[in-house]
Design a protein around this ligand. Structure first.
Ligand SMILES: [Zn+2]
Ligand SMILES: [Zn+2]
Length: 288
């Protein structure tokens, strides 16, 4: 297979959609990204607004002009599709449905979300609630091109999705019915105990992922270093190379034929000037 030039590898960041989703796209272009992730509505509120025809057109225009692709939405942090509290579960499913509709209106490739949290219930119950929640969208999801991506979590609190076994359980139950996949967040899996600091560490981690989940289900990466150590179960992002993971991890990701071509989204803390540097650096790693 011919090597894809580094300029074509999809690398972006979580940009701000303040003032309209199109602004996340324009910001992407400014920082040298060819893909972005953003929030389609306020991530800390339940009541997300609908996308109007005019807003969708402004967005499509920005996408056409910039050529950005494989766009990703991150759903609201309030949503818990695995909740054992009926009212929270219902609210979550409604909010997720609205989020999915916004993604479809904007033509977004991936809707990324944290699978859920097992507050007051077992992890197994939580995982089964997530399956039941997502199955409800089987009909709706067939009307658009958006794929749902389960994000690996750090295992903070009662969250599920911190081990490949949880993800495999969800994927196995869902992938024949709805388009689903996995997004690996480097900070989260490291905090959850997967040592990805070296090439050998990545080899082992990807081998485990292949055996337990299957590489064909892996669609994207969130790139973050981690302020907290291996296995800390704490979700605190750091700039690449400035945390406990270190730069080698990101060099390997950009070189390894299994991971090089998958889209990558920075969620590092310092904003656009840092992202611009990190994107350029990641492209250099791919050329080494
Ligand atoms: Zn996330
Ligand atoms: Zn993430």
């Amino acid at each position: 297979m011919p090597k894809v030039p580094s300029s074509e590898l999809l690398i972006g960041a979580h940009t701000s959609a303040q003032g309209g989703a199109q602004n996340a796209i324009w910001m992407g272009q400014e920082i040298g990204a060819n893909t972005v992730q953003f929030f389609t509505s306020n991530q800390k509120r339940w009541s997300g607004k609908e996308i109007t025809q005019e807003q969708a057109e402004l967005f499509q225009e920005a996408v056409r002009v910039t050529g950005l692709c494989q766009l990703m939405s991150h759903d609201s942090y309030l949503i818990n599709l695995g909740s054992s509290n009926p009212s929270v579960l219902h609210k979550s499913q409604k909010a997720f449905e609205k989020e999915l509709i916004r993604c479809q209106k904007l033509g977004i490739s991936f809707l990324n979300f944290h699978p859920g949290a097992a507050v007051g219930a077992t992890e197994e119950q939580c995982l089964n609630n997530i399956v039941d929640s997502l199955e409800q969208f089987e009909e709706l999801i067939s009307h658009g091109a958006t794929r749902l991506l389960l994000e690996t979590t750090a295992g903070q609190g009662t969250t599920v999705g911190y081990c490949f076994e949880h993800l495999a359980y969800l994927i196995e139950k869902l992938y024949r019915k709805i388009p689903v996949g996995i997004c690996i967040d480097t900070c989260h899996i490291f905090a959850a105990g997967y040592d990805i600091r070296t090439e050998a560490g990545w080899e082992k981690t990807l081998k485990d992922f292949e055996r337990i989940v299957g590489m064909k289900h892996l669609y994207a990466f969130h790139l973050n270093d981690s302020l907290k150590p291996l296995g800390s179960l704490r979700d605190r992002h750091a700039p690449l190379g400035k945390g406990e993971i270190g730069m080698e991890c990101f060099k390997v990701l950009m070189k390894n034929p299994k991971t090089r071509r998958l889209p990558k989204y920075l969620e590092t803390p310092d904003g656009p000037p840092l992202w611009k540097k990190e994107i350029a650096m990641l492209r250099e790693f791919a050329d080494l």
